[in-house]
Ligand binder design. Structure first.
Ligand code: SF4
Ligand code: SF4
Length: 108
């Protein structure tokens, strides 16, 4: 899949700080829409061996932005380092489904 050709509001900016800045200007409705799009298009959590049926049923994902999962998660392996969002936003952390969002982990 060629991620570079994907249209995406957030993906155009390259740093996590800029993403946050852009997000802070959006309404809750806009944010929800963007999260939903990015989750379906770019988040590769569902390819990860840690991804569970509970996560799937809750249609969760994009944990780096949304924060930890509502499910009990045991980290087996984390595929985030292979995700285009991780490299393009220059994220520093991973295992977001259990450890919380990038912002939460940076603020710990
Ligand atoms: S970095 Fe991880 S949690 Fe964030 S979108 Fe990619 S796979 Fe999903
Ligand atoms: S955040 Fe990492 S560990 Fe959790 S499901 Fe996504 S890729 Fe797997």
């Amino acid at each position: 899949m060629n991620y570079k050709n994907k249209q995406c509001m957030v993906f155009d900016v390259h740093k996590f700080e800029k993403v946050l800045e852009k997000m802070s200007e959006m309404s809750e409705e806009q944010l929800e829409h963007v999260f939903d799009m990015e989750k379906k298009k770019l988040c590769i959590c569902r390819t990860c061996s840690t991804y569970t049926q509970c996560i799937d049923e809750g249609e969760e994902g994009l944990f780096c932005m949304m924060g930890r999962s509502n499910c009990d998660v045991n980290i087996n392996q984390c595929a985030c380092s292979e995700c285009p969002i991780h490299s393009n936003f220059q994220l520093k952390y991973d295992s977001f489904c259990r450890g919380g969002s990038e912002l939460d982990q940076r603020n710990k």
